[in-house]
Design a protein around this ligand. Structure first.
Ligand SMILES: Cc1cc2nc3c(=O)[nH]c(=O)nc-3n(C[C@H](O)[C@H](O)[C@H](O)COP(=O)(O)OP(=O)(O)OC[C@H]3O[C@@H](n4cnc5c(N)ncnc54)[C@H](O)[C@@H]3O)c2cc1C
Length: 454
């Protein structure tokens, strides 16, 4: 058993609950602080632990999808969140959807049953100066705590909203249409892929963009958002030509098939070093996801594009993880403190739970003098963490698990379904081998703690 040092976990959401459970179940004394119900959050409605702020879905269970692969990781690592979600499941085809109250109840029951866990309902405004700490206060971290986090990470490393452009799978971009070039051939290479538009294509695209359905944002999300970053449809609203003089400007981009600059150009920038995925430059957007798929597929070369993530714009407190965090989510500058959940810039309920689990394993390893924890990079969550904590990752925006982050298969498998199945098999084998290789991390506590209930 580990030494008696006590761990503080701040935030009783998806990440904080998972982290607190994993440590307390291993015999570590944990105090979990949750501000609700005394202090209300802008999107939470109850005082429940692990409240789902929006959808009641944990996405697909199909192992041949990235969310399905993530569940394989969580299963192997012994996630309490996943176990509780299964206990609270409602019929939803291949998705894992839950009765949200039953889910929160299951999580709270699992936590309060642990003798080493103390739940304190109080807003935290300072990070304890001693002992291991896991901060998991979420995308809507309370204003009282933000200055303390800012002091820890540096104010220039903390963002308060998320304005991310969509990302497409490189394999689904039509290279017969797009051409590789940098503007005026500067920078020595052809890093960008360029989707050329003639006038008719541009006009039709702008008309569709202006007519498309947008997400209704809630009040707390509208405050600072637009001042900082204009969505592409807002730019178009200023005048049909405005995007052509902004993100879609064609100057300096000669289409090799015509020898001329097109009327407008959508530029695609590589998202990862392997060039497995590209983002649409300047396309932060507030369109609904189905509308993004429909309208952005009007862009020449993207007719069959698969979206690895859609653009989003909402309030979101998160840190510049590539510059700040180690592979087990400790602050490089103060390894006593770990971050978990959306604060690290991972996005999604299950991703939050996974990062809580990883932060707990990292804390446990540090407390017991075990080697540091690094998840295999060919697992769904290991790949996401590798991306999020790689100092080479530029312009970091929140990200969920996706196939584009995984190392390529050798040799390449052409058929998509077969490729995804092979990636899933490789990841499943890796996470099981990882668990088997680390008996020092005391996997297996979930079954012991949950007994018949799981
Ligand atoms: C509006 C919104 C909708 C979302 N919808 C979805 C969705 O449908 N599906 C999906 O997969 N992801 C969604 N996400 C993204 C993300 O997966 C969730 O936000 C997820 O809950 C993040 O988990 P977390 O543990 O990091 O934060 P949370 O689950 O938000 O937990 C953080 C906890 O910390 C508490 N807290 C905050 N400050 C303090 C403090 N100072 N002291 C003590 N406690 C504090 C909060 O009350 C909260 O309980 C959404 C995000 C937002 C903002």
């Amino acid at each position: 058993l580990p030494p008696t040092t006590h761990v503080t976990v701040i935030g009783g959401g998806l990440a904080g609950c998972e982290a607190a459970f994993q440590l307390a179940a291993r015999g570590v004394d944990v105090t979990l602080y949750e501000m609700r119900p005394a202090v209300e959050g802008p999107a939470h409605y109850t005082g429940d632990l692990a409240e789902l702020v929006c959808s009641n879905s944990f996405k697909s269970t199909d192992p041949g999808t990235a969310p399905g692969m993530l569940k394989t990781d969580l299963e192997a690592l012994g996630s309490v969140t996943l176990a509780c979600a299964r206990m609270a499941a409602v019929p939803a085809g291949t998705a894992l959807a839950v009765d949200r109250q039953a889910f929160s109840h299951a999580v709270e029951t699992a936590l309060v049953a642990l003798p080493h866990l103390t739940l304190v309902r109080r807003e935290v405004s300072d990070v304890p100066a001693e002992g291991p700490v896991i901060i998991a206060s979420g995308p809507l971290t309370s204003a009282a705590l933000e200055p303390a986090i800012s002091r820890l990470v540096g104010s220039d490393r903390l963002a308060f909203f998320d304005a991310a452009a969509p990302i497409v799978d490189a394999a689904t971009i039509d290279r017969a249409v797009c051409f590789a070039a940098s503007r005026y051939d500067k920078g020595g290479g052809a890093d960008y892929l360029n989707c050329p538009m003639d006038k008719a294509e541009y006009d039709a695209f702008i008309a569709a963009l202006l007519a498309a359905a947008r997400v209704n944002r809630r009040d707390f999300e509208t405050d600072d958002l637009f001042q900082a970053c204009q969505p592409v449809e807002e730019v178009a609203r200023r005048g049909a030509d405005a995007p052509r003089f902004g993100a879609l400007k064609p100057v300096g981009l000669t289409d090799p098939r015509t020898g001329r600059w097109p009327w407008a150009v959508v530029q695609l920038r590589p998202e990862d070093r392997a060039g497995a995925s590209y983002n649409l430059v300047g396309f932060q957007t507030n369109l609904t996801f189905p509308e993004q798929r429909r309208v952005f597929r009007m862009i020449p070369g993207l007719e069959n594009a698969e979206f690895l993530r859609f653009g989003v714009m909402h309030r979101n407190t998160f840190v510049d993880a590539p510059r700040l965090l180690t592979s087990d989510l400790a602050l490089r500058a103060d390894p006593r403190v770990r971050l978990a959940g959306q604060l690290t810039g991972t996005e999604g309920y299950m991703e939050a739970a996974a990062s809580g689990l990883l932060a707990a394993l990292g804390t446990y390893a540090a407390m017991t003098g075990a080697p540091a924890v690094a998840l295999p990079a060919d697992t769904a969550f290991g790949a996401l963490v590798a991306y999020a904590t790689d100092p080479e990752t530029a312009d970091y925006q929140p990200m969920h698990v996706n196939f584009g982050l995984l190392p390529a298969l050798e040799p390449h498998v052409r058929d998509k379904r077969a490729r995804h199945a092979a990636l899933a098999d490789r990841g499943a084998a890796s996470i099981r081998a990882f668990v088997a290789s680390r008996p020092d991390l005391a996997f297996g506590v979930l079954a012991a703690a949950m007994g018949d209930r799981s």
